[in-house]
Design a protein around this ligand. Structure first.
Ligand code: ADP
Ligand code: MG
Length: 252
């Protein structure tokens, strides 16, 4: 039997981290920000990563999206070894496979909600009518069909974040990475956002990895991973719900 090449070893996992370490050099000192993290995330799973400020959460997401290269270890996304990609290839890989949502919504203020979504979709679809149709569909999915022509300044924080979520999902990524997506929202709006993210995860089958300070987000997660000082401290949940969804059976 033919030995599997290292680039195939990611297997069925949506994301596989194998002994991932990231060190930063500050002066003569080397600081280990992510420390030997190994983790498999299944297709369609909703993962919540909890940890105090400075524990390495953002760095971990940047490693997964191939924005940052690990000092050692390997990362596979859908079976691709992203640690082996050139800078140009990692940019293309991100555009094709990864959706990003940030704490500060990062919308273009001079563009309408619809145009903010279209700008990403236009990278992959050529026909302007198709671009508009798909963008509107995702705005409707986040409950903003009526707000398509509003500018960010005319929208509440929660609405702006929903536009950002629509923008990320409209590119139909296999994985959505969200870094403190509710960090800039009041708690009620934040809770609604978590419910929406969970709902979209179910509807679209997109794997979601969301980082937060908010402990209660773990209630909707398939698995909750706590990190401290760059290490996995605990994993709660067994991801069974996601596995069942993948097989086409439901548990809810
Ligand atoms: P979190 O998102 O959990 O708050 P981060 O991943 O942003 O944590 O940062 C973890 C640690 O790594 C922090 O101590 C931070 O100062 C350090 N760090 C992050 N990026 C860099 C960098 N580019 N150079 C040096 N240190 C960094
Ligand atoms: Mg952070």
């Amino acid at each position: 039997m033919k030995a599997r090449s290292s680039s195939e070893r990611g297997g069925k996992a949506a994301v596989r981290l194998e002994g991932v370490t990231k060190e930063y050099q500050t002066g003569s000192r080397s600081v280990r920000v992510v420390d030997e993290v190994s983790l498999d995330i299944m297709d369609g799973e909703f993962i919540v990563i909890l940890g105090p400020s400075g524990s390495g959460k953002t760095t971990l997401l940047n490693l997964i999206s191939a924005l940052t290269r690990p000092t050692s270890g390997r990362i596979w996304i859908g079976g691709h070894d992203v640690t082996a990609l050139s800078d140009a290839d990692s940019t293309r890989f991100r555009a094709e496979h990864i959706g990003l949502v940030f704490q500060f919504f990062n919308l273009f203020p001079a563009l309408t909600a619809l145009e903010n979504v279209e700008i990403g979709v236009a990278l992959t679809l050529k026909d302007p009518a198709e671009v508009e149709k798909r963008s509107l569909r995702y705005l409707e999915m986040v409950g903003l069909g009526e707000m398509a022509d509003k500018f960010p300044s005319q929208l509440s924080g929660g609405e702006q974040q929903r536009v950002a979520v629509a923008r990320a999902l409209a590119m139909e990524p296999s994985i959505l990475l969200a870094d403190e997506p509710t960090g800039n929202l009041d708690s009620e709006t934040g809770e609604t956002m978590w419910t929406l993210l969970k709902d979209l995860n179910r509807k679209t089958g997109t794997t979601v990895i969301a980082v937060t300070h908010w402990d209660e987000a773990s209630a909707i997660a398939d698995r909750t991973i706590r990190i401290r000082s760059g290490r996995i401290e605990s994993v709660k949940g067994d991801g069974k719900a996601a596995a069942a969804r993948e097989k086409g059976t439901t548990t809810a």
